[in-house]
Design a protein around this ligand. Structure first.
Ligand code: ZN
Length: 142
């Protein structure tokens, strides 16, 4: 015999069968909703509060609509469009995350010739760096 949570999980799975579920756009909508709630809590202006709570409600309704939708092809296309529209931003975030992660072992410089960003290991003292893109070399302390 299954326990209560096992049975709950089964019926949720049955309910979600043939429905779209979670994707990147829905995750984004979820975080937007959380952000709106936090803003609503910290901004003490009544008019702004009700605007934020209305906006949050709309975001949640849209997210639930997408999750429970049976038109999977259409939701999939929306998600691709969302990913396409945010590709540049997501790339910038990824690069900055990487720079932050290796801030202790690498330094980043911009090539004075072409503007290409180059990554060099830290702690080597005064070094000559040759740009892998244009071949110009320049000196830096790392
Ligand atoms: Zn260069």
């Amino acid at each position: 015999m299954k326990n209560f949570f096992g049975r709950m999980g089964d019926s949720l799975r049955r309910f979600m069968m043939g429905r779209y579920g979670m994707d990147d756009l829905n995750r984004f909508l979820f975080y937007t909703w959380v952000l709106l709630i936090v803003l609503e809590l910290i901004i003490p202006v009544r008019g702004v509060k009700s605007l934020l709570s209305t906006l949050g409600l709309l975001v949640v309704i849209f997210e639930l609509f997408r999750m429970l939708s049976r038109n999977i092809a259409k939701r999939y296309q929306e998600n691709l469009k969302f990913l396409d529209m945010t590709a540049g931003l997501r790339k910038t975030l990824r690069i900055n995350r990487r720079k932050f992660d290796d801030r202790k072992t690498y330094r980043y410089f911009r090539c004075p010739g072409c503007g290409q960003e180059v990554r060099v290991p830290k702690g080597k003292g005064h070094i000559r760096i040759t740009c892998p893109k244009c071949g110009k070399s320049f000196e830096k302390n790392v």
